[in-house]
Design a binder for this molecule. Structure first.
Ligand code: FMN
Length: 206
């Protein structure tokens, strides 16, 4: 399946075949690609918590307002973002040349230190890009997915023992779509409505 077929075929799946299991090796394949996602200054804010245990998925379902896919999918991935990811910059830039380190390390600290709103924005931004990579990589390897924000973030944080520097970005459920039970692709705004050339009121694409 080439990329365009894959993108056209990816859907937010809510009804899964019961009993499918995703192995460590399959998850590793998926996440080997996910970690190639871009992030601001390459600080890689993302963290992922994978829940496969059935009782824990059932508990997560109750935190996700009863949404059945959380219990019925093979895995629930909580995509998180680290607010203080920028503090790892010295490690991330350890192999860079001295000129690069001298330029970027002070810049990164200057941008993020004591900037809680920006720290959160970047954590969510990077986590969201990683979540999209996760859904495409999963699809390429034969797994369907569904992004979700319909859950109680404080309760999920407590259940999964997130530390104070880690915020939930979204859940992504992974599983095998139940055959014949998927709904039509929902309405999409046309390109002509969402793309402007040169400025916000400019021409669009035909
Ligand atoms: C950030 C985000 C949160 C979402 N939360 C939920 C959710 O809690 N439950 C759900 O069933 N779908 C959820 N969705 C899926 C959207 O409803 C879905 O992407 C949209 O209807 C378009 O459908 P498609 O992805 O199949 O094209 C979410 C999607 C995104 C991007």
């Amino acid at each position: 399946m080439d990329f365009f077929e894959l993108a056209a075929d990816r859907r937010s799946v809510r009804i899964y075949e019961p009993g499918s299991q995703i192995s460590d090796a399959e998850l590793k394949n998926i996440f080997d690609t996910v970690i190639l996602s871009p992030s601001s200054f390459n600080v890689q804010h993302w963290r992922f918590i994978v829940v496969r245990d059935q009782a824990r998925k059932t508990e997560l379902r109750s935190i996700a307002y009863g949404q059945a896919q959380v219990e019925e999918a093979a895995a629930v991935v909580l995509v998180c973002g680290r607010l203080n990811a920028y503090e790892d910059a010295p490690r991330i830039y350890a192999d860079a040349d001295e000129a690069t380190r001298d330029k970027y390390l002070p810049m990164i600290e200057g941008v993020y230190k004591d900037q809680p709103a920006l720290q959160r924005e970047e954590a969510v931004r990077s986590g969201s890009l990683a979540a999209m990579s996760l859904m495409y990589a999963a699809k390429a390897l034969g797994w369907d997915s569904g992004p979700m924000i319909g859950f109680d973030a404080a309760k999920v944080g407590a259940m999964l023992k997130l530390d104070g520097n880690t915020v939930p970005v979204m859940m992504v459920v992974l599983g095998k779509a139940a055959a014949g039970k998927q709904v039509q692709r929902a309405y999409r705004r046309p390109v002509s409505e969402v793309v402007s050339l040169e400025w916000s009121g400019g021409d669009t694409l035909a």
